[in-house]
Structure formats: C-alpha cells, structure tokens
Design a protein around this ligand. Structure first.
Ligand SMILES: [Zn+2]
Length: 311
C-alpha cells in the first residue's frame, strides 16, 4: 500500500437511489426529485469547494433516467455502482453467487453504456453483503468496494444487523479483502475502502439525526486520520437533500418480529426524517468546510486506487 497517497484524503460518497425517506419504500416520484433537486444541490455544493466525489448509482434507476448519471460527468466525479436494484428482497446478502454476478454485470453494463466510462467501484444497497460478494465483484471486473463500516454498531437500527457484527473486527484503513469476507484482510485484488465510523457511522443520516454527536465523531476521525493512512469516507444520499410530501403511507414491514419491526422500521423511519432538504445541505456544507479547513483533499474512489498505481 502506498501510504502517502492515502493521507489527508476525504472521499465524499453519494448513494443515488429512489428511496423515499418520508414515505418509505422505493418511489419513481422520489427518483425524479432526486434527479431534479437533490443532485443539483449536491453538484453545486461540490463545485463551490472544487471537490471531486463518487456517485454510486442504482442501475435500474439510471436506466430510466440516464441524465442523472450524465449530469455528474462534466465535473469529473466518478460514476460508481450501487447494484442493479435497491429492492431489499434482492439484497446481496440473500443472493447466490450466480445471482450476484448477474446483478453486478447487468448494472455495470448499464452504467458504462450511459457514461462511456469504466465502472470499478461498488457499494451494496444497505451495505448488505455475504460470503459470495468478494468473488462476484472480482468476476465482474470491480476493483473497489465500499460496503463495510468498521466499528459501527447498528444492532436494531438496520437490517441484516447480525451479519454486520463482523464489521466490529474489520480493519479501519483500506485493505485488500479476503475471498470470502469483505470485512477481512486477504489477497483478493479488490480494495476495500471502509465507510468512516467511530462507534457511530459517519454518514448523512446520522449527521441529520444528531448533529452535535456527529461533530464529535468528525473531530475524533480527524485525530485518528491525522497520523494514519486512513482516508475519510463520508456517505450521503441525494434523497436526503430533497423535500417530500408525507403521503401518510404505512411503514412497510420488513423486519420479521414485532419488536424488531417497532425498533428498526417505525423508530428508524421517524428518526430518519430529521433535517431533510435544505437543512441537510447546510449541515453537509459544514462537514465539507471542516475538511477543507484541515486541508484534506476531496477525491474519487478511482483516484485513490490510481494513486496506488495498481490500476
Ligand atoms: Zn442505498
């Protein structure tokens, strides 16, 4: 690992999808708002700080609205893959190797056809992966994964939590992965770039739910990364930067039992609605401003690998 190339780097990573935070579930109407409002707000913000970022697109959404991919390209941002669909019934942790390979190759082709660029970076929807994911990614030509968040304690707050316990032991700096476990070091030619966390995840959702705790996380991460080779990897969604009407739809029940349903589906959805839209943008600008003031460089995932000179 070329250690110097990882120093003072901040990766601003964006998961582009049709998930409605206010109404729950995947909605085309939300996707259109993401395209028309969320994306322009992000692009404007990044341009103001001359920041290069990475956008992970859901491919079936990009296929319907290819402009959402093309609009980032003039800025030099990276086109990356967030899977074929965000449908939780087809999450990567419930798919076989063959199914994952099919999803990944279809998604990669769609995004490459739209962008004319090679797509090499991946993040699994809801960060759900299993033992087949490393091999499926390598087989389909991906070189970077960002589906692991070390030392992040989700428990009841997210789906697939039991499997995510493996994250507690995952390395905190970028590493090449094990062929059966993205959360473990190995010699597969797939670079894992973990999402930053310090017990709590360093992501848009948490930034909005608890801005003051997030400010502490940010400070701790700064101290941690100042003398190490760990890049900052902040995860946000353009659907956090839109305002949507609450259509009073019922929360879709995804969790199996009642307790888990109340904790993870109902509570989660309520909390997640804090500080959306322009408020999210203003909070996010504070994050970007902080790293800019500390002289961190905003670059893409692909840049990180290129600078390792192994591409
Ligand atoms: Zn997602």
């Amino acid at each position: 690992m070329n250690e110097n190339s990882m120093k003072n780097i901040c990766l601003l990573t964006n998961d582009v999808e049709t998930t409605s935070i206010v109404n729950g579930g995947l909605r085309t109407e939300t996707g259109i708002k993401v395209w028309k409002e969320g994306m322009p707000r992000l692009l404007e913000l990044y341009a103001r700080y001359d920041a290069k970022a990475t956008f992970f697109f859901i491919a079936d959404f990009a296929k319907d609205f290819p402009e959402i991919v093309k609009m980032i390209q003039p800025y030099g941002h990276e086109v990356a893959c967030h899977g074929y669909t965000h449908d939780h019934r087809q999450a990567f942790d419930v798919m076989s190797l063959e199914e994952q390979v099919k999803h990944l190759s279809d998604a990669k082709k769609i995004l490459e056809d739209i962008s004319g660029e090679e797509v090499i970076s991946f993040r699994a929807p809801a960060l759900r992966v299993n033992e087949f994911t490393p091999q499926a990614l390598v087989e389909t030509g991906f070189k970077i994964d960002s589906s692991v968040a070390p030392q992040r304690i989700d428990m009841f707050m997210s789906l697939g939590s039991k499997k995510k316990l493996a994250w507690l032991k995952a390395p905190r700096t970028p590493y090449f992965v094990d062929d059966e476990n993205l959360a473990r070091r190995g010699d597969l030619q797939l670079l894992e770039v973990p999402v930053s966390s310090f017990a709590v995840p360093y992501i848009g959702t948490f930034m909005r739910i608890a801005p003051s705790i997030n400010a502490l996380t940010r400070r701790l991460l700064y101290l941690e990364t100042r003398n190490t080779v760990k890049p900052i990897n902040f995860l946000i969604h353009p659907n956090e930067l839109i305002e949507e009407e609450n259509l009073q739809l019922k929360t879709e029940r995804r969790a199996g039992n009642v307790v888990s349903y109340l904790l993870s589906d109902v509570l989660r959805r309520r909390l997640k609605q804090k500080n959306l839209g322009l408020k999210a943008r203003d909070l996010y600008e504070k994050e970007i401003f902080y790293w800019r003031r500390k002289n961190y460089k905003f670059q893409t995932m692909k840049d990180l690998l290129t600078n390792q000179s192994i591409l």
